[in-house]
Design a protein around this ligand. Structure first.
Ligand SMILES: Nc1nc2c(ncn2[C@@H]2O[C@H](COP(=O)(O)OP(=O)(O)O)[C@@H](O)[C@H]2O)c(=O)[nH]1
Ligand SMILES: [Mg+2]
Length: 636
């Protein structure tokens, strides 16, 4: 049977000189100590890499330095490992960096491991069994409690075959990384190869990558083309999550790329400087106070972070709490990423945890929902997470925002949104791209709109409806156009509102006039109707009414809207009957006299002065009843 090969990363951990690098070399035949200085000094300074093919699984080894001075290098490598080989020299047993590395692996969420007692050739039976007991005692109650213990000698080769078999077995039960996810590679090295140019390496923590792909370098937002991909020392058509990967990049000098940067899917994510996390202090750590500054290690990045606790003002050794990290350098992290913090001086590991909100808001006393929100994020239930995120985005949550805040694929975002809408928890107000709004804020918006329309009708009984733009202003400027439109459309569909072009009114809302208003309206109409074409000034008509000017103006507007009156020029308003009569006269003139009419002839025909004649002729031109030709008009 041809089952696809599984790819996992195995990391070493343990005190300096306990035989980690020798073990990797003995297992793989590859010397992980690649630097000149490492060979000369006989110590591992930086990360080393090697590969091993076992039945059904390809293992990428990350060999880390054990020296306390190089723990930050160790952390850059430890971030991607699926399974740890905790290496303890049988003749020395547990030492300080055994403990520190073990704590780091635990805080990084490594779930599986093998305990390897090295240098078995240097220990007699008693020493060996004592070391075994020591180690078993030490890991009791931890993720390594039931890990197999194997003693080996890299020198004599004793135990290596057993270790290989155990590796193959353990590898099978490791939950591998998700190669269907979004491409993401935290960079651990950047160098240049003659004839190729820039090459970066790292553990592919999610997704896959192929030559020709476009990627983005975070946090700088540079777009880069992927020229070539290697894994396991060979070119490949596609590297998958869980593989040690080398990428040949076009478009950037290797010196501009540093460990800690991340190569990932272009235009998908946002670098951050504010992260909400679940933080755990190791039991031996000193108490941490509000605003303590620490070294922050996440992925391959090392920077400085300032800690603020949510809902507490300190954290003691052994405690777990929610915290906000303000990081010095912008970086790409995603929820569920693990991190480590180390104290400033002396530089020791004090804790670590998991990213909950990678794009956190600045801590604020009034943000009382934050702790509950973080509790939801912690539960890892995608539907609950999307629901909570939508609830916190009062003005709508876009697909882009969800992608940057979760790392989920588009399919998974769409599917989760669909299920949540079906359960009535949120509304999909835009489909592609997706735009979500919480059911609560949508309901609030609907009542806000209804309320605003209602008060408008109350305040403006003479107006047929409210301008859409004014209504939008009342609903809140921060409400997205799509959300506002969706609410209006729904209210109109339910026949609660009537939309007429740019006007919105409550269904059934009619302009109802008071008796004195009815009288005033008739007075206005009569004034214009009686005047024929020699209309009085508008102001004069309104001044003689029994209602105050403001209401009188509204009544005039109403007559204009009803098309009983017509405004021909800014100053002149006519009754439509009078205009109709005038049109008739012009038509008769054409039939009886001529196709052309001069201004004096028009004045005579209608019996009006020049003051009215000119605006009326211009009105007829606009209406295409006449067309100007020199001093005359052609009647059309
Ligand atoms: N006798 C003996 N020496 C070993 C064994 N494994 C490693 N060493 C020696 O221990 C020293 C440290 O080994 P190294 O692999 O560099 O340790 P690391 O610092 O944990 O990577 C070197 O001198 C090795 O030759 C072993 O199984 N038996
Ligand atoms: Mg070493």
């Amino acid at each position: 049977m041809n089952s696809p090969t599984k790819h996992i990363i195995v990391g070493t951990a343990g005190h300096i000189d306990h035989g980690k690098s020798s073990l990797v070399q003995a297992l793989t035949g590859i010397d992980p100590d690649r630097l000149e200085e490492e060979k000369r000094r006989g110590i591992t300074i930086d990360l080393g890499f090697a590969f091993l093919d076992l039945p059904g699984v390809r293992i990428g080894f990350v060999d880390v330095p054990g020296h306390e001075k190089f723990v930050s290098n160790m952390l850059a490598g430890a971030a991607g490992i699926d399974l740890v080989l905790l290496v303890i020299a049988a003749d020395e047993s547990i030492k300080p960096q055994t403990r520190e590395h073990f704590e780091i692996c635990r805080l990084l969420g490594v779930r599986q491991g093998i305990l390897v007692l090295t240098k078995s050739d240097l220990a007699d039976e008693d020493t060996l069994s004592l070391a075994k007991l020591d180690v078993q005692e030490y890991v009791r109650g931890s993720f390594l409690e039931s890990a197999p213990i194997i003693s080996v000698s890299s020198k004599s080769g004793a135990g290596l075959a057993e270790l290989r078999e155990q590796l193959a077995r353990s590898a099978n039960t490791v939950q591998g990384k998700d190669s269907a996810g979004m491409f993401r590679l935290p960079i651990d090295r950047s160098f240049s190869i003659k004839g190729f140019g820039t090459v970066v390496t790292g553990t592919l923590v999610s997704g896959s990558v192929a030559p020709g792909d476009e990627a983005e370098l975070y946090p700088s937002a540079h777009r880069l083309r992927i020229r070539g991909v290697q894994s396991g020392g060979k070119s490949t058509a596609r590297a998958l999550a869980g593989q040690r990967t080398a990428i040949n990049l076009a478009g950037m000098e290797h010196t501009a790329i540093k460990r800690g940067m991340v190569l990932a899917k272009a235009e998908r994510f946002r670098p951050t400087r504010r992260i909400d996390v679940q933080l755990e202090l190791i039991s031996s750590a000193p108490l941490l106070k509000q605003r303590t500054r620490v070294h922050f290690h996440c992925g391959t990045l090392e920077t400085i972070a300032e800690i603020r606790f949510h809902g507490a003002d300190q954290l003691r050794g052994g405690e777990i709490g929610f915290a906000h990290l303000r990081v010095q350098e912008p970086t790409l992290v995603l929820p569920r990423d693990r991190f480590i913090i180390r104290q400033f001086s002396p530089v020791i590991t004090v804790g670590g945890g998991v990213v909950l909100d990678n794009l956190a808001r600045r801590p604020a006393a009034k943000d009382s929902g934050r702790v509950d929100f973080l509790k939801t994020l912690e539960k890892r239930d995608n539907r609950a997470i999307l629901r909570a995120m939508t609830l916190r985005s009062l003005f709508g949550l876009s697909q882009q925002e969800i992608a940057a805040r979760t790392g989920w694929t588009d399919e998974s975002i769409q599917e989760t949104a669909r299920l949540e809408q079906e359960s009535g928890n949120l509304r999909i107000v835009g489909q592609s791209p997706l735009l979500l709004v919480g059911q609560n804020s949508f309901t609030d918006l609907r009542s806000k709109i209804m309320g605003a329309v209602e008060s408008f009708h109350k305040a403006n009984p003479l107006s047929p409806g409210m301008a859409r733009e004014d209504l939008r202003g009342k609903a809140g400027r921060r409400v997205r156009q799509e959300v506002f439109r969706a609410a209006l459309e729904e209210l109109s569909k339910e026949q609660k509102l009537v939309l007429q072009g740019e006007t919105v009114k409550r269904a059934g809302a009619e302009v109802t006039l008071l008796p004195e208003e009815l009288r005033a309206r008739d007075q206005i109409e009569t004034a214009f109707a009686g005047a024929g074409l020699a209309v009085p000034p508008v102001k004069e008509v309104l001044a003689h009414l029994s209602v105050e000017t403001k209401r009188a103006e509204k009544l005039l507007q109403l007559l204009l809207k009803e098309k009983k009156l017509l405004r021909v020029s800014p100053e002149l308003i006519f009754h439509t009957n009078a205009l109709q009569e005038m049109r008739q006269k012009v038509a008769n003139y054409k039939k009886a006299k001529s196709e052309r009419i001069s201004v004096p002839a028009f004045k005579e025909l209608t019996g009006i002065s020049r003051k009215y004649a000119i605006p009326l002729l211009e009105y007829l031109d606009r209406e295409r009843v006449t067309r100007r030709a020199g001093d005359e008009r052609v009647i059309l």
